[in-house]
Write a protein that binds this ligand. Structure first.
Ligand code: ZN
Length: 394
């Protein structure tokens, strides 16, 4: 009985062995064609990891000849080269793909778009523009959008705001509900308004600023510029209307409107109304800049005691280094002879700390600095830079 059992086990084991062997032979046959391709890819990957980029490109291009379905892989490879700053090799991969005559129309579009990005990132803007205009003339709606996005970048780099606005409007026709696109267009119109003002064309500047608001009704930059123009023309009521719109649509930027609101109310000789407006602005979005401005007006109108009590009350609600710095300044101004040396040292130390702190930060890439920019100098995003909040900020 036990011999029969052992024999049975042996037969089953042989059977399993044969089946496994059969499977392995089948897989070997199936993978024979792909083996060479895999070797090329591993070789290419090895070159890539060893930073032998030239050899990697050559190997991957060889693999491309074997595998006609590897277009996506090569597009990804080119993208990788471009991101590494190796644009020459990205161009080589894209041109290698374009030399093939078996690509579908959609694949040709992807390769051409990739090549346009290569030209754009290496500053060959004329070549990028020519290629993208060619893509535009024979594309589907989505492909046109891709090309228009890149054309906007080309004109933005050239600071050709007229053409940037023109192609952006073509894109807006295809993407009417894209808020980021609307924001970009409103900034292009603001740039054109600045150019018009530099050329002494004030009415044209007004027109561009109103066009900016047609793209983005809450564009803080356009509203502040319109306020400035209205103030220069002594148009106080329109200036106040623009500031009211600015306050509603840009609650995180109110400190930027401080100088204008002060100027308007000063011209109207209504200091009490100004304090009321500033308190309202501060209540909607607390800011150290607004707080200090309010305290200065309280001091001028009602005296030191009221201003001091106001600062203490507000700082207990929301602590900021700038607020404390102003409080020490206020106390030192009142009677410097009676202040202990430590207050003066604290005031100086706070100022030294504040001088090293950034005031603005880009919400897109994190760039920070002490100056306000409408376009981030690092990532080139529009309207992404805002005052930094919190104890060390505004
Ligand atoms: Zn940025």
């Amino acid at each position: 009985m036990s011999d029969l059992f052992l024999l049975l086990l042996l037969v089953v084991a042989v059977g399993i062995g044969w089946l496994l062997g059969f499977q392995a032979r089948r897989e070997r046959r199936l993978s024979h064609l792909a083996a060479k391709l895999r070797r090329e890819y591993f070789l290419g990957l090895n070159h890539l990891l060893s930073e032998h980029s030239d050899e990697a490109v050559e190997t991957f291009l060889r693999a491309l000849e074997i595998d006609s379905d590897a277009v996506d892989t090569h597009l990804a490879l080119a993208e990788l080269f471009r991101r590494k700053g190796d644009v020459g090799r990205a161009v080589k991969v894209h041109q290698g793909l374009l030399n093939r005559n078996d690509l579908s129309a959609a694949q040709v579009h992807l390769v051409q778009t990739g090549l346009a990005k290569d030209y754009l990132s290496s500053g060959l803007l004329d070549r990028a523009e020519t290629l993208l205009r060619d893509i535009l003339s024979k594309s589907s709606a989505q492909q046109r959008i891709d090309a228009l996005v890149l054309l906007m970048e080309v004109y933005q780099q050239e600071r050709d705001w007229q053409n940037a606005l023109y192609v952006g409007q073509q894109r807006l026709y295809l993407q009417p509900e894209n808020p980021r696109l609307r924001s970009h267009l409103s900034h292009y119109a603001c740039e054109l308004a600045e150019q018009a003002l530099s050329g002494g064309q004030r009415q044209m500047a007004y027109d561009y600023l109103k066009q900016s608001l047609s793209f983005d009704a809450g564009c803080g930059r356009a509203l502040l510029k319109l306020t400035t123009l209205a103030i220069e023309d002594s148009q106080w009521r329109p200036a106040l209307r623009y500031l009211k719109r600015f306050q509603k649509s840009n609650p995180d930027m109110l400190s930027e409107g401080l100088a204008s609101i002060v100027e308007v109310y000063r011209a109207l000789e209504r200091p009490k109304a100004l304090v009321k407006v500033l308190v309202h602005w501060h209540s909607t979005n607390p800011s150290a800049t607004l707080l200090i401005a309010i305290a200065r007006y309280i001091k001028a109108e009602e005296g030191y005691e009221q201003a001091h009590a106001f600062m203490i009350e507000q700082l207990n609600k929301r602590m900021t280094l700038r607020g404390i710095r102003y409080l020490t300044e206020l106390e030192l101004e009142q009677n410097s002879a009676l202040q202990p040396q430590s207050t003066r040292l604290v005031a100086n130390a706070l100022q030294m700390v504040l001088d090293t702190k950034a005031c603005y930060q880009c919400g897109h890439c994190g760039f920070h600095g002490r100056q306000m920019y409408w376009q981030c100098p690092r990532c080139k995003e529009w309207g992404a830079i805002k005052p930094i909040r919190g104890i060390e900020g505004d």
